[in-house]
Write a protein that binds this ligand. Structure first.
Ligand code: HEM
Length: 400
């Protein structure tokens, strides 16, 4: 059997459960044979090498943002910034850009995030042990962004429940009815809760992102909500979930290797930037930029039919041995290389990249400064899960 035929047979047996448990061996198996392959359990072509990922994700003329059918559109509604291209995408993105320009973020992010970090560390510090995802990284992630957006009145637990529920709908490439029901129920709840809050923002704008979005939209309240809510849901999922998830992966990478954890603890301020880039490379919180093949084409010599769905696997590009070396699967605080791919490529490159980097750097830095001899709790091993959205679901730690 040829290597390509053997790969096809292997991929025919791959399941979504297997990918959720650990997709990296599957990515490596594909990369060893070809840059792009069809994966039946998700009905998607996957671009897996560094070069193929960049090619697909950077070229919105050959690879359009709207896959058909789109679980993203089913969950968020249309039009949303993520699945539009051209003038409509630029219009929706312009509504968001002012709040997340690097120079603006540098002014408001540290004074916003530092007190939240201190408050959560104060609550944890005396306990000697804790679960960092639910009690530290995720609350800081959701509360800080909620305040930037103008949604600071919402509870952290509500926002955490929302991002988890929206994620079930968005990853549902396999059209699982249970996942679909969770995604749709969350969408209905988000719409109902946000409607009066957004009405108030329209009546009395306060300089927040949501106020600016409503001002930039046109028409009466219902018309403006229809223009704003789908893109706001992109942020309620990606923006709320990923910094917390990314921070958890950075901490897990450090804590999985006591020598690296000790090196980091000796100089958290000096090493925070490097640790965060390596953690986001090692486990990329958002695995893919998923697109539609506009006209039949080839990538890396593999023919792709018109209309097919194709995912540019950022998570696989970030483990490509050809770029990162034979130890690409290892978290290495001293790693050198190109800028990792976790924030994507092209016109849909992450709006919140600078805000996320700053927030995650501060959260990890202050954690190691405050809690001496931080280490994994041997009684509760970390549980890492997901292929489209991958992160530690729990991260139990101890300290002295
Ligand atoms: C570590 C944290 C984060 C990671 C790894 C991440 C990653 C990504 C990636 C890979 C994309 C491209 C998706 C695609 O093209 O299909 C994206 C888009 C986007 N991100 Fe993030 N993100 C993070 C945090 C945030 C935050 C905090 C915000 C808050 C504003 C945000 C807002 C957005 C928006 C609005 C888009 C869509 C942009 C467009 O379609 O033009 N993200 N993000």
């Amino acid at each position: 059997m040829s290597p390509a035929a053997a790969l096809e047979a292997y991929l025919a047996a791959v399941t979504v459960e297997q990918l959720d448990a650990d997709p990296y061996p599957v990515f490596a198996r594909i990369r060893a044979v070809q840059p792009v392959a069809y994966v039946p359990c998700v009905d998607l072509w996957w671009a897996v090498t560094w070069d193929a990922v960049e090619e697909v994700a950077s070229d919105h003329r050959r690879f359009a943002a709207k896959p058909i059918p789109s679980p993203i559109d089913r969950t968020f509604g249309e039009p949303n910034v993520l699945t539009e291209d051209g003038a409509e995408q630029r219009r929706l993105r312009r509504m968001l850009d002012p709040s997340f320009r690097p120079r603006i973020v540098e002014q408001y992010a540290p004074p916003l995030v530092e007190p939240l970090i201190a408050e959560h560390l104060d609550a944890l510090a005396g306990a000697g042990r804790g679960e960092l995802m639910a009690d530290y990284f995720e609350p800081i992630s959701v509360i800080s962004l909620a305040r930037v957006l103008g949604l600071g009145m919402l509870e952290a637990d509500t926002l955490r429940r929302w991002f988890a529920g929206l994620a079930e709908g968005v990853i549902n490439y396999e059209s699982d009815p249970a996942r679909e029901a969770i995604g749709q129920a969350t969408t209905r709840e988000v719409d109902a809760v946000l409607r009066p809050i957004l009405a108030e923002h329209l009546r009395a704008p306060d300089g927040s992102t949501v106020s600016a979005m409503l001002q930039a939209a046109e028409g009466d309240l219902d018309e403006r909500l229809a223009q704003v809510l789908p893109t706001l849901k992109v942020i309620l999922l990606g923006g709320m979930q990923e910094p917390g998830h990314g921070a958890g992966s950075v901490a897990l990478g450090l804590l999985s290797n006591p020598a690296q954890a000790a090196a980091f603890a000796a100089d958290p301020a000096g090493l925070a930037r490097q640790a965060v880039e390596e953690g986001l490379r090692w486990i990329s919180p958002i695995g893919t930029q998923t697109r539609r093949v506009v006209d039949a084409t080839t990538v890396g010599g593999i023919p792709l039919p018109a209309g097919a769905g194709i995912s540019a696997l950022l998570s696989s590009a970030n483990r490509d041995e050809a770029v990162w070396g034979a130890d690409a699967d290892r978290f290495d605080l001293a790693r050198t290389g190109p800028v990792q791919a976790a924030f994507g490529y092209g016109t849909h490159y992450c709006v919140g990249h600078h805000f996320s980097r700053l927030q995650v750097q501060l959260a990890v830095q202050r954690l190691f400064e405050r809690l001496p001899r931080l280490r994994l709790d041997p009684d509760h091993p970390p549980h890492v899960q997901g292929w489209e959205f991958r992160a530690p679901r729990t991260l139990h730690v101890r300290w002295d």
